[in-house]
Write a protein that binds this ligand. Sequence first.
Ligand SMILES: [Zn+2]
Length: 100
Amino acid sequence: MPRSNRPSRAKPKVAPIEEIDLNATRLGIRRTEFKRGDEYITQTSIGANAEDTKTWVCPHCHLQIAKGLSHLVAWDAVRGVETRRHFHNACWKSFQGPLL
Ligand SMILES: [Zn+2]
């Protein structure tokens, strides 16, 4: 059933994934990931949020994420969405935390 490549030591306690996936078409796909034992929530972004004209700087490579570029928003599951940052997809993969 779990088709993501989360580390095997990261046991999903609860899996309300089906419900979240109903919103995924609109809001992006939300997942839980573990990096060095910390739990993060990630959500894909198609980068085309018309009401948000902000641009973001990826905290991993410190380059700007171009408007319209599909990328990923990640935040610390414990500290909450206040910690969210926008990452290039590839940068998130190599990012090992922690989120500041
Ligand atoms: Zn980056």
